[in-house]
Design a protein around this ligand. Structure first.
Ligand code: ZN
Length: 309
């Protein structure tokens, strides 16, 4: 009970919709540029003010993101919305900046050597240096950047990742002046105790820089991990409408935590997200039709909870 009492429940968090990039990237069905733009417009209408819209990576490796430039060219003109483009290297960063529409670059550093090598052909230390170079480039061009530490809570090849490794990476990346640093459970192996501990330790190490969290729901611990992270001081949360990303052709691949489920949980707990739950649910249902299958999010499949009379 003492632990619960010590949990810090914030008044609000900042919500980041990552469906158009992280969600769609892992879907086998190729989604049209028009439908991607419609998803972005619907996310904005539902209240999202930070949206990961695309990634600037090799289209041969990630065919779903081959239309990055076309998506950017047609993004709604909204000065109140920050459009995030994911980039893995300077070439990608230059492409993103050249669109003139990306407000924020998202860099990725990977916590283990084996995963960093598989994911981007470099060591973990090299991925930290690459992320710092991307952040520095964005700053020099008058834009900003953030960095995600992939496999913060576990690696598909090396297993457990020491807290000290993630903390050291966060401190090194913070030197480049990102807007925040995210801890990502890329393969969905985290548990709430681990999340609470690591979020608190990284937060202490990089304060006043914000900690963002990014969870996949591979083993159904996603929402519990969001709750633990928010209680430990993570102030920004990634989620994907519908829990998009569970590819039926890739065993073990599972989606992000569903936006509407995260928003339902936090808002019911008195934590503001700035999001409109009903519009998110509508978007989730629309997206299910676009993708052609039932999406994993549960709130969109449930009857509405009656509002107070
Ligand atoms: Zn992800």
């Amino acid at each position: 009970m003492a632990l619960m009492a010590a949990m810090n429940i914030p008044q609000s968090i900042e919500f980041v919709e990552v469906g158009p990039r992280d969600g769609l990237q892992n879907e086998a069905v190729l989604v049209s540029t028009d439908n991607k733009l419609s998803l972005i417009e619907r996310a904005i209408a539902a209240g999202a003010r930070r949206i990961e819209v695309t990634s600037f990576v090799n289209p041969k490796r990630v065919p779903q993101m081959a239309d990055a430039e076309q998506v950017c060219a047609a993004l709604p003109d909204r000065i109140d919305v920050s459009y995030i483009g994911l980039v893995m290297n300077i070439r990608g960063a230059e492409r993103a900046l050249a669109t003139g529409r990306i407000n924020q670059l998202g860099a990725v550093a990977v916590a283990t050597d084996t995963f960093a090598m598989a994911n981007q052909g470099q060591s973990s230390d090299e991925s930290v240096e690459a992320a710092k170079a991307i952040i520095t480039l964005a700053r020099s061009e008058g834009r900003n950047a953030q960095c995600t530490i992939a496999a913060s809570f576990g690696c598909p090849f090396e297993g457990e990742v020491p807290d000290e490794r993630v903390i050291a990476m966060a401190i090194a990346i913070a030197e480049a002046d990102p807007v925040e640093i995210a801890l990502a459970d890329t393969i969905g192996v985290a548990n709430p105790a681990h999340v609470a501990r690591l979020v608190a330790r990284v937060r202490e190490a990089i304060s006043p820089l914000a900690v963002r969290v990014h969870f996949h729901n591979t083993r159904n611990t996603g929402l519990a991990n969001v709750w633990a992270a928010v209680g430990a001081g993570a102030s920004v949360v990634d989620a994907s409408v519908g829990g998009l990303g569970g590819c039926p052709f890739a065993p073990g691949a599972a989606g992000n935590v569903p936006s509407e489920d995260v928003v339902y949980m936090l808002e019911r707990a008195g934590i503001g997200t700035g999001m409109d739950l009903e519009r998110l649910i509508e978007t989730s249902k629309w997206l299910s039709g676009v993708i052609g299958r039932k999406l994993p999010g549960m709130v969109a499949q449930s009857p509405p909870f009656p509002k107070a009379a």
